[in-house]
Design a protein around this ligand. Structure first.
Ligand code: DGL
Length: 295
């Protein structure tokens, strides 16, 4: 697909819940003319503590739903789903698929100055070994790192703390310090925020790690990679006329559940209120999971 009609199609973004709105926000900032359809699997979040097979099944349904909505590219905003399902989705979907891990790895390899590189994420993301593998292999012509230069940390408590809005609560500070202490002690010069929720904790993380540590925000890295991929495939929508002030791209939201405090939590991740939300039933999702290969 590379025709003019294809360029007009929306970008699809999915996540286990609302955290992926940080990725949507970065994408919308970088590509303001693109329409974006977001799907958040709020009925089944979190993915970060679930097993690989479940995450692959869910990711397939999430992506299938977006493909059924006519998207030109699927962005896997969720680190855990990128870790377990990216390869599978690339095999079964009829459109290009981009995950957050590869862009995050490339950005970290460019940023490091010879010290160790740290990655923090959910138990699933860290347990999958995908970030470690990517850093060891190297990317985009950048050399891989030796094993002693790759340090990881599972941070399962950060997702619920961010959802609760405890961004500068002392309890969050204590938990962050506990998780980050081994990475700081090892002198990491680059730290990948390998979870949709962690960009919201950038300030306390930066303060604790000190100014010598570069923080890699997966959302920003992904937005850059998405722009490049659309350009390479001739799928980028024409930019608005010079002088256009308002971004022309439309944002559409689909969720599998409307959780308590949805408006408050959603606005925290997106940076503005979410409007135009549609709900998707689990039956519809199971059907969507069959589309890519059997539809
Ligand atoms: N979206 C997930 C990730 O980036 C975090 C939330 C979850 O565990 O589902 O890994």
């Amino acid at each position: 697909m590379t025709g003019a009609a294809d360029r007009e199609r929306p970008i699809g973004v999915f996540d286990s819940g609302l955290g992926g709105l940080t990725v949507l926000r970065a994408l919308h900032r970088r590509l303001p003319c693109e329409d974006i359809v977001y799907f958040g699997d709020t009925a089944r979040v979190p993915y970060g503590t679930k097993g690989a097979r479940t995450v692959v099944d869910f990711a397939r349904q999430d992506a299938g739903l977006l493909v059924a909505r006519g998207v030109k590219m699927v962005v896997v905003a969720c680190n855990t789903a990128s870790a377990f399902a990216l390869q599978h989705l690339r095999e079964v979907l009829p459109v290009p698929v981009l995950g957050v891990i590869e862009p995050g790895v490339a950005t970290a390899l460019r940023a490091t100055r010879g010290g160790p590189v740290g990655v923090i994420g959910t138990p699933g993301t860290i347990g999958s070994g995908r970030y470690q593998e990517g850093l060891a292999l190297g990317r985009d012509g950048l050399a891989g790192l030796s094993p002693e230069r790759i340090l990881v940390g599972e941070c399962p408590l950060l997702v619920p703390l961010v959802e609760a809005g405890w961004l500068d609560h002392p309890a969050t500070g204590m938990i962050l310090d506990t998780y980050l202490e081994p990475l700081r002690a090892a002198g990491v010069d680059t730290l990948i925020l390998g979870c949709t929720h962690y960009p919201l904790l950038k300030d306390p993380i930066a303060a604790y790690m000190g100014e010598k540590t570069v923080l890699v925000d997966s959302a920003e890295a992904l937005a850059e990679a998405a722009e490049a991929l659309l350009g390479e495939r001739g799928l980028r929508r024409r930019d608005g006329a010079p002088g256009d002030r308002e971004p022309a791209g439309r944002l559409e939201f689909h969720l599998s559940d409307i959780p308590w405090k949805f408006a408050e939590i959603g606005a925290r991740f997106l940076g503005k209120p979410i409007t135009d939300v549609r709900t998707v039933s689990l039956e519809e999702m199971e059907e969507a999971g069959r589309l890519p290969t059997e539809g």
